[in-house]
Design a protein around this ligand. Structure first.
Ligand code: SF4
Ligand code: SF4
Length: 334
C-alpha cells in the first residue's frame, strides 16, 4: 500500500470526467468563441499559439505523459559513460546548465518518495474510465515500463528542481488571454529546460526523468530543494521570485549534493493576507483560517492547510476560455 498521491484525481482528469469530454477541448472551443466576438482576444490568438507551441509538443502540461514522447524516461541522442567526478562537481554543471537553459532558479532535493505519484492516468483527460499505472521503485539499473507499472530505479534519489519565471504584471493585467499566453510560455519554457537537462544528465551516463506536472508533486519538491514554500493559493512562493513561477523537475541517480530543505508549510504572512482568496474569481481558494476547509477530491491528505478547489479553478478557465493565474499575479510576494 502506498499513501502516495493518485494522479488520476488531478483536476485536469477529474473535470474531464465530469464534463464528459476532455477539458481542453471545451476550453479551446470557448477561446475560439471569444475570438469571434472580442477583438482583443482575436488579436491575442497568434501570441497564444506561439506560447503554447512547446507546451503542446512536449506535454501539454505533462500530466498523463509519463514516459511518453519527449518526456520519455530513457533514450535520447546521447547516453554516455558515467563521468567519474565528485558529487560537488556534478552539482556545478547541472545548476549552471539549468540557468543557461532559462531557469530563473534551480536547486537539488533529496527525492522523498512520498512526493512521487502512486499511480498515474495514461489516457489524459479521458471522459470515461481512467487507464492507470502505478509508479514503482525497483532495484533495476534503467527505468522501464511493464503492463502494470512505470518502474523507477531504486537509485533515483535526487530531484533537480527548476523554476521558470512568469511576468506577474501580465498575469494580473486583465487583458484578454494575456494570462493564458504567460502561463503557456511558462510551460513551454519548463519543457525546454527539463527535456534538455535530462539529455545532458544521460550524456553524463546517469538516469534522468524529465517532468512537468507529471510523475511527482512539484511544490513539495521545490520546498525540499530550498527554493521556496507553498502559499495559501497552493502554488510555490519562491524566494526572491514570489508566486509568478512555474516548477518543473528532473529525477535522477546522478550523485548531487542536495540543498538544505526549506519549510514545507505556508508563511505566517498568508494567515493575515488572503489577497489571492479575495481575487480568485472561482472562489477556489479558502479565505478562512488554516485547516478550516477540509481537503477536496483533488487534494492530498495532510497537504496545504488551505486546500484549493482545483476543479472549481479549472472549470472557471473552461467557462471563460482563459488560463487565470490571478492568484499568482496579485500575490504581494510576487
Ligand atoms: S488560477 Fe484563478 S481561478 Fe484558479 S485558483 Fe488562481 S485565482 Fe482562482
Ligand atoms: S496572496 Fe497573500 S495569502 Fe495568497 S499566497 Fe500570496 S501571500 Fe499568501
Amino acid at each position: 500500500m502506498t499513501d502516495r498521491f493518485d494522479a488520476s484525481r488531478i483536476a485536469f482528469h477529474s473535470l474531464s470526467r465530469r464534463l464528459g469530454r476532455p477539458w481542453v477541448d471545451a476550453y479551446v472551443e470557448r477561446i475560439r468563441q471569444r475570438a469571434r466576438t472580442e477583438p482583443g482576444a482575436r488579436r491575442a490568438l497568434p501570441a497564444l499559439a506561439g506560447a503554447r507551441a512547446f507546451n503542446l509538443r512536449v506535454g501539454p502540461y505533462g500530466e498523463g505523459r509519463e514516459n511518453r514522447g519527449l518526456l520519455a524516461w530513457s533514450g535520447g541522442p546521447a547516453a554516455g559513460r558515467r563521468l567519474g567526478v565528485a558529487p560537488g562537481e556534478h552539482r556545478g554543471w547541472v545548476l549552471d546548465l539549468a540557468g543557461r537553459l532559462g531557469a530563473a532558479a534551480a536547486g537539488v532535493a533529496v527525492l522523498d518518495r512520498r512526493w512521487v505519484y502512486g499511480r498515474v492516468q495514461l489516457n489524459p483527460y479521458a471522459p470515461g474510465e481512467p487507464a492507470c499505472k502505478a509508479i514503482a521503485f525497483e532495484p533495476v539499473a534503467e527505468p522501464r515500463e511493464t503492463d502494470g507499472a512505470l518502474v523507477l530505479p531504486d537509485a533515483v534519489n535526487r530531484a533537480v528542481v527548476v523554476l521558470v519565471a512568469m511576468d506577474a504584471g501580465r498575469l494580473r493585467s486583465g487583458r484578454p488571454l494575456e494570462a493564458s499566453v504567460e502561463t503557456n510560455l511558462g510551460y513551454s519554457r519548463m519543457a525546454t529546460v527539463v527535456v534538455s537537462l535530462a539529455d545532458a544528465i544521460r550524456a553524463a551516463g546517469y538516469v534522468a526523468i524529465p517532468c512537468m506536472n507529471d510523475t511527482a508533486l512539484s511544490v513539495p519538491l521545490a520546498a525540499a530543494a530550498g527554493l521556496g514554500r507553498p502559499g495559501r493559493h497552493g502554488m510555490l512562493i519562491a524566494d526572491r521570485l514570489g508566486s509568478a513561477v512555474r516548477v518543473a523537475k528532473v529525477l535522477t541517480d546522478l550523485p548531487l549534493e542536495p540543498d538544505p530543505a526549506g519549510p514545507a508549510d505556508p508563511p505566517e504572512f498568508c494567515d493575515t493576507c488572503g489577497v489571492c482568496a479575495s481575487a480568485c474569481p472561482a472562489g477556489a481558494i479558502p479565505a478562512g483560517e488554516r485547516g478550516e476547509t477540509p481537503p477536496g477530491p483533488c487534494n492530498r491528505a495532510h497537504g496545504n492547510p488551505w486546500p484549493v478547489d482545483a476543479e472549481a479553478c479549472l472549470a472557471w478557465w473552461v467557462e471563460h476560455g482563459e488560463s487565470c493565474a490571478r492568484c499568482a499575479g496579485v500575490c504581494p510576494l510576487s
